[in-house]
Design a protein around this ligand. Structure first.
Ligand code: RB5
Length: 141
């Protein structure tokens, strides 16, 4: 899959682990930062970059990591066409794809262990959108 990923300073470590995992799985992943030398980064800047890459059609799905996942999801959802979901377990990740056709997964480095985060990523990437009545609902906003 063509994927794009980014984090702020608080999500950098988990972002790197997710990036390494995705590369190992053979995905084409674009890492938009935050660069190692940047000590403090504002999550809306990175959320916008990933949301724009996804909604422009260059990437199928995006992943954003901050401290909690909340700021990234809120900011990404300001971009038209972005549907970002902050998921803290695999069930939420599956439902975000199957029912909400989420195109961005937000994760929290301060709220998730690495093993759980990778399982959430797997669930998100491997669940297709079910369409039908769920598409009718998405058409309402
Ligand atoms: C940064 O301290 C933190 O506020 C940010 O990473 C994120 O958790 C915001 O939602």
């Amino acid at each position: 899959m063509r994927l794009v990923i980014a984090s702020d300073h608080a999500g950098r470590r988990l972002k790197k682990a997710v990036y390494a995992y995705l590369k190992e799985q053979g995905h084409d992943v674009r890492d938009l930062g935050v660069p190692d030398e940047v000590e403090r980064a504002d999550y809306p800047d990175y959320a916008a970059q990933v949301a724009e890459a996804v909604t422009a059609g260059g990437c199928e799905l995006g992943i954003l990591v901050c401290g909690t996942g909340t700021g990234m999801a809120l900011a990404a959802n300001r971009v038209r066409g972005a549907r970002a979901a902050n998921c803290t377990d695999e069930f939420l990740a599956r439902m975000a794809r199957a029912h909400n056709n989420a195109n961005i997964l937000a994760l929290g480095e301060r709220t998730l262990g690495e093993g759980l985060a990778l399982a959430i990523v797997e669930a998100f990437l491997n669940t297709p959108f079910e369409g039908g009545r769920h598409q009718d609902r998405l058409n309402k906003f």
